[in-house]
Structure formats: C-alpha cells, structure tokens
Design a protein around this ligand. Structure first.
Ligand code: ADP
Length: 240
C-alpha cells in the first residue's frame, strides 16, 4: 500500500542540477519566478501582508516548451526541496487513499520547507468536466484546494513563537502547476494559482539559443548552419 516513505521516494527530487542558463529564452518567466521564490526566501520580512508570496504559480502553454525545466531550475536556484508530482502519483486503488496522499504530500513539503511542489498536468487533478466524474477525484480536488489555502497562511509571514518564546520563521511552500489545457482547469483551482505565466513555443532567438545549448561541447562539421536550422524549425517545441 502506498505510504509516506513510498511517496517520498517517488516525489522528492534531491539531485537537481538545472540552471536558468540551460533554458533558452523565456526571460519574462524566469524573472517572475525568481521574484516569486528566490526573493521571498532571501527577504521574507519584505514579503508579508499584502506583499505575501503567491501560493501558486501556473505555467501554461503548448507541451514540450520547458515548463518542467523551469520548475527544476527554480528549485535549484532557490535551494528548495523539489516535489515532482503528476496526477498519477495520487491515483490509488484504495478508496480514500488518494486524498490522503495529497495531504501527506503537503505535510512533507512543510517538513522539508522551503519547498516547491511541481504538479505536472494539473488540469487532470481538477477538470471542469464534472459529469460522470469519479467521486474519488472530486475528493482529491477538494483536498488540494484546502491544502493550497493552508499554505497561503504559512507563507503569509505570520511568525509564531514556540514554547521557548523563540520566533518560528514562516515555512515557505510554493505550488507550481503546469498545464497544456488551462481552459480545462477547475475554476476554484485556477483561482488558487494567483500568478499565471504563458510559456509559448520558442521564437527565432529561443530556437537559436536552444541549438547552442544542445550543441555545447560538440564539434560541429563545417556544413552545419545554425541559421538554416533555426529557419527550418519554426513552430517546433523545445521537446521536438
Ligand atoms: P513541458 O513544457 O512539457 O514541461 P519540458 O520542460 O519537459 O516540457 O521540456 C522537454 C524537453 O524539451 C526538455 O527536457 C528540454 O530538453 C527541451 N526544452 C524545452 N524547452 C526548452 C528551452 N526553453 N530551453 C532548452 N530546452 C528546452
């Protein structure tokens, strides 16, 4: 049966080594994410009250455009524990187990804080198409909403004192969602993702940078012309 250790083994990614320099273009996304995570970790006293950090950031756009890569680079840069989950992580054949897994995931994230929880294909956790939907997936969605509200309190900078009267720093947990189908996302869940960033297909500069990143350290034959490759790959994603 799925338990905490199994879940931990499956979702906690300790050895990330992705830097923003490995990602072509997407400057706007990199800037917004750095601001959301790295700055709020560096200067927690500034990000309080109205300026509290976002509880959730949604990356949306076509598949294979670097959303997972961005999430990993962000976790590396902010030195946060990275939880990589997809809706299949929560799939459990035991009744009542799925929403429990969501709860354990967030508990773990608080324990290992500061943490980033990355949920790929977040639209399948909460879709709008409720008719005929399984009772279990509604429960997973409901639990997810409750947990995301929970983190906003955690991140709001309300410092409590422990029994010795010492101040306990707020624990920073951020949820990063990725989806190719933002229109399918449940309204309540979408509202929890306060910041939404569009990740488009790479443009000319992006594709050029991608060739340079991927050809790094490889000796190219004289007849390889990057400009031609860039022109020929219009409309392709990074993954393609
Ligand atoms: P998705 O948006 O579906 O999460 P991924 O981040 O998993 O896409 O990207 C898949 C692969 O495509 C990456 O492992 C990487 O090799 C390549 N890739 C996509 N976008 C970029 C990018 N902007 N810069 C460098 N590589 C990219």
């Amino acid at each position: 049966m799925a338990n905490k250790t199994e879940l931990e083994r499956e979702v906690v990614d300790m050895n990330l080594n992705v830097s923003f320099d490995d990602i072509a273009e997407l400057e706007e996304a990199k800037r917004a994410l750095t601001e959301a995570v790295v700055l709020s970790l560096l200067m927690p006293d500034f990000f309080i009250g109205l300026r509290r950090p976002w509880k959730g950031v949604l990356l949306y756009g076509p598949p294979g455009t670097g959303k997972t890569l961005l999430a990993k680079a962000l976790a590396t840069k902010g030195k946060t524990t990275f939880f990589n989950v997809s809706p299949t992580t929560f799939a459990s054949k035991w009744k009542g187990e799925s929403e429990k897994l969501v709860r354990i995931l967030f508990e773990m994230a608080r324990f290992y804080a500061p943490s980033t929880i990355f949920i790929d294909e977040v639209d399948s956790v909460g879709t709008k198409r409720h008719d005929g939907e399984h009772e279990a997936s509604k429960k997973v969605l409901a639990e997810m909403l409750v947990q995301m509200d929970g983190i906003s309190e955690l991140n709001s900078g309300k410092n409590d004192n422990n029994e010795n009267g010492e101040e306990i720093k707020p624990k920073f947990v951020m949820v990063l969602g990725a989806t190719n189908m933002p229109w399918d996302l449940d309204d309540a869940l979408r509202r929890r993702f306060e910041k939404r960033i569009y990740i488009p297909l790479p443009n000319k500069t992006g594709r050029e940078q991608m060739f340079h990143i991927n050809f790094k350290g490889i000796k190219l034959s004289d007849d390889v012309n990057i400009d031609t490759l860039v022109k020929k790959t219009e409309g392709y994603s990074g993954h393609d």
